[in-house]
Design a protein around this ligand. Sequence first.
Ligand code: VG1
Ligand code: CO
Length: 656
Amino acid sequence: MALTTAAATLQTTSRQLSSISSNVRANAAAAPISQNAGALRFESLTTSPSCWTALHFSSSRSCSVMGEVLWSNGGAARLAPKRDSVVRAAGASTVVQPEGFQVTTVPTKPIEGQKTGTSGLRKKVKEFMSPNYLANWIQALFDSLPDEDVKGSTLVLGGDGRYFNKEAAQIIIKIAAGNGVAKILVGRDGIASTPAVSAIIRARKANGGFIMSASHNPGGPKYDWGIKFNYSSGQPAPEAITDKIYGNTQSIKEIKQADIPDVNLSELGVHKFGDFTVEVIDPVADYLDLLEQVFDFDLLKSLLTSKDFRFKFDAMHAVTGAYAKPIFVDRLGAPEDSVFNGVPLEDFGGGHPDPNLTYAEELVKIMYGPDAPDLGAASDGDGDRNMVLGNHFFITPSDSVAMIAAYAEAIPYFRSGLKGLARSMPTSGALDRVAKELGLPFFETPTGWKFFGNLMDAGKCSVCGEESFGTGSDHVREKDGIWAVLAWLSIVAYKNKGKKEGEELVSVADIAKEHWRKYGRNFFSRYDYEECDSDSANKMVEHLRSIIASSKKGDKYGPYELEVADDFAYTDPIDGSVATKQGLRFIFSDGSRIIYRLSGTGSAGATIRIYIEQYEPDTKKHDLDAQEALKPLIDIALSISKLQEFTGRTKPTVIT
Ligand code: VG1
Ligand code: CO
């Protein structure tokens, strides 16, 4: 049927449609179309030649809904007058709207730099709040997903409570509805931690989910905002999708947005807008249910209620504030004052919600102070990271994952054995030794949790971790801060089973030292130089690449002899995808390593990370301070890179 005929059909089908022009359709606006039980209606039309072509041939996504309506019933769509119709302003071409709301196509233009980094898109809040910035990315994402994950789909929406999340949630909900999503499950107040979103996606069999968070980056009007998208098994979107999103942000022309009112997210409940539903859910329930299946809660309760054990959890005014009290206090019986900084705040109380020795200063002071508790822990902005400390004792994240794997018997979820172990490349080799000892498949992936997802989905990995305070298992597809803390509490409880009241407990430090005696100690440290000038950082990387290009086995670096120097590349064993340029490595003949990477999570300048590792089998040296043990290698790392020369930095911002 020719375009003009289509228009003619429309005209003759409704008394209300008095004329069709290429401008706003004032009269057509009063003509809702109902299909079958009135599932679809439209209240206004703005026509454009491309839209009408698509209408006719049903070939364009932006007009396909309209096409479906018009050509259902053999083109004899029933039209009836509708009083509460809305006319769209010129420039915003209204398409068709499922019952209950109208979908507006808002014209937009590509915005530079919307490339996701190691984990989601992170920028200064101001940038995200600029016109269409977030909307463009969300629309680009919907344009990147297969139709079945958009039309009629269910998505989860959570976040860490940071500044701009409330507004962002409403934008995301409207664009989701505009693109045909059937249901959004959103955490109350827009809150849900990253691992909880992963758990909810899995529990509710959702098609995916959003996490509104820049994770460990600071929040508030002057700081960062971010968004992550996770896929149907709960894992961060793989690069194949994030690359596609980025591609679409560079050619985006329009945003499809439902004209629905803001949804009240502060109370649990269901809000229906025609075929679209927003359900405000308890962000803790599904996640806690899952954790109860993973751990022995009775055992944990016996530890946390014991007079001989004291526990402190620093939620850093971030998302785990919403989880810590219900889980540690209400469910597991820990004293109320075990949790501090336990209220999520939009600016994290002005702090940097990064659980490391520098930014979790308050916890560190307690754990290294007089009369320190037995176990202290902290989590980051979105609840996926963790730091675990004993009384005057720091468990490096690289050791933590190895020790959890070695003590898997303390966790009922692993009762039938571990399937395999994995760590990110810069993470120390402590886990490798456990994998070897236990005869388990082992994988070394690039930095970023997204690389673990395929391994877990394929049943090849049970426990994995990153040196950056990320530890987790295949109970979800994210690193999981609270899980890691419960894992450590489980190990301590397991090691102290049957102890009588007043008897001395096996401590966190005892557990770590025993592990080192058996496996040897992988001394590890990371130096971060935050917000360096990007050009200088890139020049330093080029300089290192040139050294690597001319290096050969046997080259001498002080007492160290080079085994290999390269730029880490990874081929995913499941889907064969290849990730290159994942970190510059200098590996020495004794297994010691120096690694350089530029961070992919910053929002300003460049953050240079240097990772230094050395294996020490000699038990007598295990009590050395890591900085002391690694001093010669650290000096070499600084001298090879000429870091000071390139960046002017004399000291790192953070040492782990
Ligand atoms: C950092 C960490 C990396 C982690 C990522 C996301 O990335 O090094 O291990 O997966 O943050 O964690 P980068 O590119 O800055 O080194 V989170 O808790 O910020 O989502
Ligand atoms: Co995080």
